[in-house]
Design a protein around this ligand. Structure first.
Ligand SMILES: *[C@@H]1O[C@H](CO)[C@@H](O)[C@H](O)[C@H]1NC(C)=O
Length: 264
């Protein structure tokens, strides 16, 4: 009798042990690798004021209205490490709350696609947006797609750059006056972030390089009034597209023109 009992105990114990063992190993492995393919980076996310309309927070990128600019409500202010002095304006990120680090506040495997539309300034006092931290200060609707509101609203996230899906073509908003042209470039697909921009008037004949003034605003100092305008853009991923005669000669400062061309 005694022997049998011990045997039964041993069998029960070992199967229970194996079960526990595989369960624990499984959770640890999923936690280490997130059970995800490579290419994800660690960062943190917060959300900004519940009462602020996400559409008005074009901020440091200069998008007057991020909804009109084609970005919807899923936008974020990003820390300097991600912002790259404005080059990241318009870039898209797939952000997943890191459930394996914070199962309490993260929704399991919940992701949201956001566009960088603003800069999250450092406070140089150990703040979440201080260098070299990678941080997303998201609109509330974006944040709530992947996390619960609580824990002071800070969650660990994993992110990766993804291609931006935009409706319609690239938008050009003409700002400035007389021979000071400032062009706000928005609704950019593909990698979404513009590395270089050129402008050409129908009478100037050659492409004139524009310089980033701030955010998504590019400037040049050529008098292009009463001319058709064309643009050429190179994105951070190296893709280049030309936008011929996207602006008719009757243009005036303050107008926005949508091209039919788009990056993929
Ligand atoms: C200006 O653009 C229009 C189309 O918007 C085109 O028909 C016209 O030929 C262009 N003019 C010049 C000088 O390029």
């Amino acid at each position: 009798m005694c022997l049998v009992d011990e045997k039964m105990f041993a069998i029960h114990f070992s199967s229970h042990f194996l079960w526990r063992f595989f369960f624990v190993v499984g959770v640890v492995l999923e936690g280490i690798g997130h059970g995800l393919a490579d290419g994800w980076f660690d960062a943190h996310a917060t959300f900004y004021g519940a009462n602020q309309s996400p559409s008005t927070l074009g901020g440091a990128c200069g998008y007057d209205n991020t909804v009109h600019a084609g970005f919807g409500v899923n936008t974020a202010a990003v820390s300097g490490a991600l912002f790259r002095q404005g080059e990241a304006c318009g870039a898209c990120y797939l952000v997943m709350c890191n459930y394996w680090l914070d199962p309490k506040w993260c929704l399991h495997r919940a992701t949201v696609t956001i566009t960088a539309t603003n800069f999250c300034p450092p406070n140089n006092n150990g703040g979440w947006c201080d260098p070299p931290r990678q941080h997303f200060d998201m609109s509330m609707p974006a944040f709530l797609r992947m996390a619960r509101q609580g824990n002071e609203g800070i969650v660990p996230v994993l992110y990766k750059r993804i291609s931006c899906k935009r409706r319609g073509g690239v938008h050009f908003t003409l700002k400035g006056q007389s021979n000071f042209n400032m062009v706000m470039i928005s609704n950019v697909g593909g990698s979404g972030d513009v590395r270089a921009a050129w402008i050409r008037g129908s009478r100037t004949g050659t492409w004139v390089a524009m310089h980033r003034n701030w955010g998504a605003n590019w400037q040049s100092s050529v008098d292009l009034r009463s001319q058709n305008l064309s643009f050429k853009l190179t994105l951070v991923d190296g893709k280049t597209l030309e936008f011929y005669n996207v602006v008719p000669s009757t243009w005036s400062f303050g107008q926005t023109f949508a091209s039919e061309n788009q990056f993929t």
